[in-house]
Design a protein around this ligand. Structure first.
Ligand SMILES: Cc1cc2nc3c(=O)[nH]c(=O)nc-3n(C[C@H](O)[C@H](O)[C@H](O)COP(=O)(O)O)c2cc1C
Length: 208
């Protein structure tokens, strides 16, 4: 089957069904008036060792998305990593709460003070990444408009028990992955694959 994204009905379901699993940025922001906002974004990744990116649609229905607007206006945000223990709370925050409602309180999560930026961290998340805005790239038009938010990492908070030297204990982190639609996955089925290096004398790639 060959799919043309311009004509295939509900192409979004196909796309998000094949690019899986996607990590979830649980983004906390502040409005210029100081109202706290928290929402999940799974068009998310690290794009360099100093930068993260996520993408938000401009609007949902006839309302603009608070996260994108807050970052445009304040230039700051925190990415909280979604793990098994807070996955349900994360999902609840995706409901379209009225502007100015603090989703932390609604879903039972706790503010933890950030050190550099103003938006609070999610205390229940084992990893919080304090970011300042690098740039927002506008993608698409009209109902398809998105903002691609590129952030510079200022500070990362990692819960002590999940880190040993520079190694994150994945069994303790238990990051949540987003599959298509309402489906998620756990990161408890992992395996090792050693990367080969090319040996020019033998003319083959070898694993050391
Ligand atoms: C797991 C999950 C991932 C999501 N990822 C995105 C995303 O990548 N981009 C987006 O625009 N909306 C995404 N949403 C929807 C937003 O979270 C939702 O529209 C939310 O209400 C926006 O809140 P805000 O207006 O406070 O920013 C996602 C929802 C869920 C549950």
């Amino acid at each position: 089957m060959i799919i043309d994204p311009k004509t295939f009905e509900r192409f979004n379901a196909v796309l998000t069904g094949v690019i899986v699993p996607r990590p979830i940025a649980f983004v906390s922001t502040l409005s210029p008036a100081g109202e706290v906002n928290l929402a999940p974004y799974s068009f998310f990744n690290a794009i360099s060792y100093q930068n993260v990116v996520f993408s938000s649609s401009r609007n949902v229905g006839n309302k603009s998305k608070d996260t994108l607007r807050n970052i445009e206006e304040t230039g700051e945000f925190v990415i909280n990593i979604v793990v098994d223990s807070i996955a349900e709370a994360m999902n609840e925050t995706a409901a379209e709460f009225p502007e100015g409602e603090d989703e932390f309180g609604i879903v039972g999560l706790t503010h933890a003070q950030s050190q550099i930026v103003k938006p609070p961290r999610v205390a229940e998340s084992p990893v919080n990444i304090e970011c300042k805005l690098d740039q927002i790239i506008k993608i698409g038009d009209g109902a398809h408009e998105h903002g691609l938010v590129i952030g510079t990492i200022l500070l990362m908070h990692v819960r002590d028990d999940i880190i040993d030297g520079h190694r994150i204990d994945q069994a303790k982190l238990m990051a949540t992955g987003r599959m298509a639609g309402n489906m998620y996955c756990r990161t408890n089925d992992r395996y090792e694959m050693v990367r080969p290096v090319y040996d020019p004398e033998k003319g083959v790639a070898v694993k050391s």
